[in-house]
Design a protein around this ligand. Sequence first.
Ligand SMILES: [Zn+2]
Length: 284
Amino acid sequence: MHSSMILLGILFGLLAQAYTLPLKNSTAVHEGKARLKRRYSDEITDRDEMNAMDHILGVNRRLRVPRGMLLREGDIASSYIRSAITCPGNACLWPKSIDGFVYVPFIVSPLYDDMDRITIENGMQDISSGTCIKFVPRTHEANFLDIQPRYGCWSFLGQTGGSQTLSLQTPGCMWSGVAAHEFMHALGFVHEQSRSDRDHYVSIVWKNIIPDQMHNFRKQVTNNLNSPYDYSSVMHYGRYAFSEDGGPTIIPKPDPYIPIGQRDGPSMLDLHKINVLYNCGANE
Ligand SMILES: [Zn+2]
C-alpha cells in the first residue's frame, strides 16, 4: 500500500514535470520568453518583470477546467451552482474567534516537497504577519482549505463551507506572491481592477482584449472598505492581462506609467484592507 502510494507520487511528479518542463531548460526558457514577448508585448520580456497575476494567467492559460467548475477572471473558482463571485453581506468571511484572531485551518497535500511547503507558508506568513488572520494546520475543523497541486493556480472566493480546494500547481504557482494572491481570494477578495470604482483610476482598453475574454474585465459590486484604489495590490491584473496582440489592456490614469501589480506579496494596502474587512484589532 505504502509503496504504491510512493509510486503514484513519483508518477505524478514526473507528469507534473513533463507538463512544465519548457520553463526549466535554457532553450525552452528562451522559447518561453519569446512566447511571452509575443503575448504580453515587447515591454515584458523577462519573467522577473511579471506580477503575481501575470504568473497565474500564464499557468492557467493552458488549463482545462475540471468538470462542474468555472474559473472567473482567470483564477476565481466557482461551481455551476454557486456562480456569483460576489460575497453578499460578507457571508463568505471566515469567522472571528473570541481572542480576536481569524483562524483559517488548512491541510497541505503530501505531494508537495519541502521547498513548495516553505513557499506556501511564506505566502501565508506575509498575510498573517500584518493582520489578525492565522493560518493553522487543521485538526478537527469542519471548514478548511485543502491546498493541492492541481493544474493551475486558483481558489474559491471566501469560505465556501466544508473542505475547499485551493490549487497551487508546482512548480508553476510556486511563488509566495502567487500563493498570497490565492489566499486573498479565499479570504473573500476579488481582483483590484474589478472594484466598482475602478473607472476613476484605470482605463480598460477593450479593443486590445481577446474578444471571448472580455467578461474577465467586468466590474463587481465590491465593498471598497473606504480604502484608496491600490495600483500595487497583489490582486491587480497586469497591464497586458488577456491581451489579444500584445497591446495593453489596462492603463492607469491620469499617469499611464504608474507601475501596476505586485509579485512579492500583499501590499501595505492589501494588508490594511484585510484588517478592515475582518475588523482586526477589535475583539468581539
Ligand atoms: Zn486572482
